[in-house]
Design a protein around this ligand. Sequence first.
Ligand SMILES: [Zn+2]
Length: 286
Amino acid sequence: MVKGANQQVRAPSLATMYERAIGSAAMFVPGFFANARPGVPSFLVRVRGDRVAIEDAPLPEQAHFLGALDGRPCVAVDEGTDDETADETAGAAGFVGLRQLWGQVDDQVWAVAGRAVQIVAWDGTHRFCGRCGQQTQPLADQRARQCPNCGLAVYPRLAPAVIVLVERSDGRALLARNANFSDPFYSCLAGFVEPGETLEEAVRREVREEVGIEVRDLRYFGSQPWPFPHSLMVGFVAQLASGELRPDGQEITDADWFSVSDLPPVPGEISIARALIEDWRRRRGA
Ligand SMILES: [Zn+2]
């Protein structure tokens, strides 16, 4: 923990939207082993790449057990990708992308669908040992695959990323336009954590690299699973310490200090970026 940042850590004050979006998973109990017979009623997530079809169905013989949702076994079934589906018309029926699904189902159901996509993707991309090339096998007592030849074990993969809303002493917030955004909105700065780095160091480095300023007084905000494809977004609020905005021109094409009364288009409610922005607006009395 970075000195100084430690004093800033306190219980996150979450915006109402944030709690509604990702804090309501109380009815889902994660688990690895299904203590239930095949055929009992289950909550089934069929997975085809990053698209899912959700249904009530008998518990299948072969599936990834995810946990219990409202007391029912909750499982994911890998149905390959649309590319692998011979019958293209059948391939589209009932399946919807995770992003499109958001807001159409209960938030905890969406979180379970995201979990299903990540588990299926991990399982499907670790069938062979990365060290010796042998086929891996699922372990019986934990969610892992192991190589029978050299013993290498692989676990579901998560890529942590930091996201930060930087504020200035006049109350304005830094929002930036990312070259990779498909829609013309401005958002918080974000980036992946590198090996050997603390979350706080990642925040300082990303902000420095992307817009050329230094930040201080980092405060933890909250986190969000981000199954696109396997991130964990860790949100922070920080204060401008020094420097003038100089967007890098590569990843960030524009950046500016905005007030609550002149906000540009911002990301949708699915994202922790929006929750950070709403929290800031609320603190500014908007
Ligand atoms: Zn091996």
